[in-house]
Design a protein around this ligand. Structure first.
Ligand SMILES: Nc1ncnc2c1ncn2[C@@H]1O[C@H](COP(=O)(O)OP(=O)(O)OP(=O)(O)O)[C@@H](O)[C@H]1O
Ligand SMILES: [Mg+2]
Length: 503
């Protein structure tokens, strides 16, 4: 860092403000970046991280402040100018073109042409192969991107970014869709890219990651800088960071209260995804949290999707309180009492053009009106309570979901299912992209659900979370249940052993 600092910063943002209809999302942020540095930004959901990056990418014009880039000062940037200056932002959303292969995706809109405008595929392929080798990535450049794993698609996005020869690379939560091993690859990649002299701005809710790669860490709270740590190293205390983020120490994180586990509530027998898939049988008891563990791609998500009718299945009987229920689509599963919070929440879980209130009540209200046990006039009040408990940062419940930050949109999806008051909750990676404070709040809600006698199936790649919250864990490998652990048997080592199939 000291070495890097001998030169001038390549970027200096001074007193940046951004107002949205009277509310300041950024209230005077000063932030700089040196060539070859990894400068991390952390903060709660809605703190202003993505907004600051959108000012830098030219998507937003700031209300005040100035931006100095490579010696020139600007009041605002446009997307074209930002790109021309060598700023590249990797968005969370997938912006790859389906049906095209890796090389085509990397060079789309930026093709290498020979004489007479002929596209030089061989040259693009050669360059891609060279990049892959340099960055130690094992990926077939002629493979259609649709056939790649989510992790490999993310790597293609990074390669695409590098093909534009950026000077500043912005990574906004690049690992939120990854398991631990793939996340490590992304971190390594970021470090290699920085070594080429590119300045990296890295945003993540995984503080462990931040600790691993940061040359500097800036903490943002409510649109203002709270603290900047230089050379934090691995020794920086995470409690210090979270305290900066939240504004007070977080005492209890995993909030699990002991309570009674009752009779079998859900029983699944003979579930087969396809004709020759392995047979799956399991049950969950009243008040129990059943964890599904396994590597990404082990089939955990597929099992619960087949169970709730999100995907078709070959066979399987589902019993709730001993009575068989037929589930062939998501509507059946809601009727049967399931709440399925899917992995891909932003895309599948929200109506962005509708208000927080509408989004929260869409499933629950229908049921509630039918049962006549709710006064319709009461529901905004109920929703307000829920939104407050989950710490959704929004001007009001009447605000459209599209104006909420990524993490807060996810919390609205959780609120929707809590409001729906179902019996069997299935959470697929529920706390991805959610800040520490909201996580603690969510664990409290889980605990409350089981206390009310509901049951929960939780899929999570966050090992400490899974271990701390589950009463029992099923380990899934290659689409089958390969182990079951209960109480004291549950440990990270045992889970990993079973998940990998090591004796
Ligand atoms: N276009 C917009 N109109 C109105 N308000 C907005 C708009 N974009 C962002 N905001 C508000 O600005 C604040 C900061 O949002 P931002 O997306 O920058 O948060 P973030 O720090 O990236 O959070 P997360 O960790 O959830 O991604 C939020 O309160 C959000 O609701
Ligand atoms: Mg964000």
């Amino acid at each position: 860092m000291e070495e890097k600092k001998k030169s001038e910063p390549i970027l200096e943002m001074t007193d940046i403000r951004k107002e949205f209809s009277g509310v300041y999302a950024l209230s005077g942020i000063t932030f700089d970046l040196f060539a070859g540095e990894i400068h991390c930004i952390v903060g709660e959901n809605g703190a202003g991280k993505s907004t600051l990056m959108k000012v830098l990418s030219g998507a937003y014009s700031p209300t005040g402040g100035s931006i100095r880039l490579f010696g020139e000062t600007y009041d605002a940037l446009t997307p074209t100018l930002s790109k021309a200056l060598g700023i590249h932002i990797i968005y969370q959303e997938n912006d790859l073109v389906p049906g095209m292969n890796v090389v085509e995706n990397i060079f789309v809109g930026n093709e290498i042409a020979g004489p007479f405008g002929l596209i030089r595929f061989d040259e693009m392929l050669a360059r891609t192969e060279r990049q892959l080798k340099e960055l130690e990535l094992d990926l077939d450049p002629t493979c259609n991107v649709e056939r790649l794993s989510v992790a490999d698609q993310q790597f293609v996005k990074i390669l695409k970014a590098l093909s534009t020869e950026p000077k500043i690379l912005i990574m906004d939560e690049p690992t939120s869709m990854f398991n631990v091993r793939d996340a490590q690859k992304v971190l390594k990649l970021a470090q290699m890219v920085a070594r080429r002299g590119i300045g990296i701005i890295y945003i993540s809710h995984f503080l462990e990651e931040i600790r691993q790669i940061a040359d500097r860490i800036t903490v943002i709270r409510d649109g203002a800088v709270v603290n900047t740590y230089e050379n934090p190293g691995r020794d920086i205390e995470l409690t210090k960071l979270t305290c900066d983020m939240v504004g007070r120490p977080i005492e209890t994180f995993y909030q699990k209260e002991r309570h009674e586990i009752g009779e079998i509530m859900l029983e699944v027998r003979n579930l087969k995804l396809k004709k020759d898939s392995p047979r799956i049988d399991f049950h969950v008891r009243k008040g129990e949290i059943l964890g599904f563990s396994g590597m990404v791609g082990s089939g955990r998500t597929e099992i619960v999707r087949a169970l709730t009718g999100a995907d078709p299945k070959f066979s399987g009987e589902v019993y709730i309180h001993g009575r068989e229920v037929k589930i062939s689509n998501p509507r059946d599963s809601i009727q049967a009492g399931f709440a399925h919070i899917t992995e891909d929440r932003q895309r599948l879980g929200l109506m962005l053009g509708n208000s927080v209130l509408e989004n929260t009540t869409i499933v629950g209200l229908k049921e509630k009106i039918k049962g006549f046990f709710i006064n319709v006039k009461d529901h905004p009040r109920l929703v307000e309570g829920l939104i407050k408990n989950l710490r959704v940062k929004t001007p009001s419940i009447w605000t459209d979901a599209i104006f909420l930050s990524g993490g807060n949109q996810q919390k609205v999806v959780l609120a929707k299912w809590l409001f729906a008051d179902q019996e069997i909750y299935i959470f697929d990676e529920p706390t991805r992209g959610i800040d520490v404070n909201a996580k603690a709040e969510f664990y409290k809600q889980m605990s409350a659900l089981t206390k009310q006698g509901k049951c929960i199936i939780m899929i999570s790649s966050d090992m400490p979370e899974l271990i701390s919250m589950s009463d029992r864990i099923l380990v899934i490998r290659d689409g089958r249940i390969t182990g079951e652990l209960q109480d004291e048997q549950i440990s990270e080592q045992m889970i990993i052993k079973m998940a990998l199939g090591v004796k």
